[in-house]
Design a protein around this ligand. Sequence first.
Ligand code: C5P
Length: 394
Amino acid sequence: MKKVIIGVTGGIAAYKVPELARLFVRSGIDVQVVMTPAAAEFITPLTFQTLTGNPVFVEMYGDRTGERVRHVELLENADLMVIAPATANTLGKMALGLADNLLATLYLAADCPVVVIPSMNVNMFKHPAVVSNIELLQKRGCHVMDPDQGELACGVYGSGRMPEPYDIFNFARRAVMIKDYQGIEVLVTAGPTREPLDPVRYISNPSTGLMGFSLARALSDRGALVTLVSGPTHLTAPAGVRLVKVNTAAEMREAVLSDYSKCRIIYKAAAVSDFRPAENWDEKVKKEKASMTLQLASNPDILLELGKNKGNKILVGFAAETEDALQNAHDKLVNKNLDLIIVNNLKEPGSGFAVNTNRVSIIDRDGKVEEIPLMEKEELAHLILDRTAVLLKK
Ligand code: C5P
């Protein structure tokens, strides 16, 4: 997605929309804000102008000069229109096809997908007129997001609250299924590796593979051609993703190297075991041998090897740390010649192995650190793709 039109109407939730605009801007998307005159009573056009770097339009006729804003020009190359908050009044105009302000006019002229975020008092939201307008808009193809429950600006509790900007951002993205990775070959690794000691025992770690599988799903949804090289997990490969199952780090290395040359981006989310038993037994080791000393050998560092032969590929590594997380991760980014490294501190609650959420920091080649709040791995996968999409465009 390259360009989004954000239409702001006159509800109190308008105060949350700058944050929504910022999320698009940070994903490298050009944001054109259009406001209704009522919206400009709640929040100033200047706020949006500053955040988006684009002029904000409110009136149909510029500066009373009589010159009509060429609304069709604003829509040029727009991939998506998001109307947030959408008041009962604007929903009514959209349903009826009225065009008495710039935003309502643009809506009628738009041929891109339209996402609508209704937000209003609970009784207004339940009114049959509003209900039927929303149904009609849905029937015509608008993607309407359900409002949240909670305390409303008017003091009552109920449904009608505008969802948080990040949820709107994700809804909008899913609704239009942005194909910003269309046709791009991507390799993802996931899960743990298992390093056998004997036929029944191995060295491994608690990785479930969820981060890598979430990346593979998000990539596939966004149009990429995905090869997922995974150690043992209980997860099912997302539809359309080519799954290559491996056990050991050596097998993972072989699978990764055989696909490496054709890939543009590599996400190395696997928790590769750094060691393997130096020796492994063909028969089950007897328990009488419990006092034996187990010698370990180092496994090949696959990512280090990829980094030495990077070319114009985008390499994304993952680091799970228990101390000096940022420093260690940055050292890895430099040593392994990565474009981004996603680091989580294993000691933080809700982070790391075997949980659905993660709290990470993303470090880039300039050493810039972006702290990401705790979120579902599925959501984090899309955020990571947003960051690499910016690198892809460079
Ligand atoms: O050095 P460390 O293991 O912390 O680095 C983590 C990153 O390197 C991950 O992206 C992981 O998939 C990758 N890695 C690898 N081969 C190894 C060890 C780690 O590709 N043997």
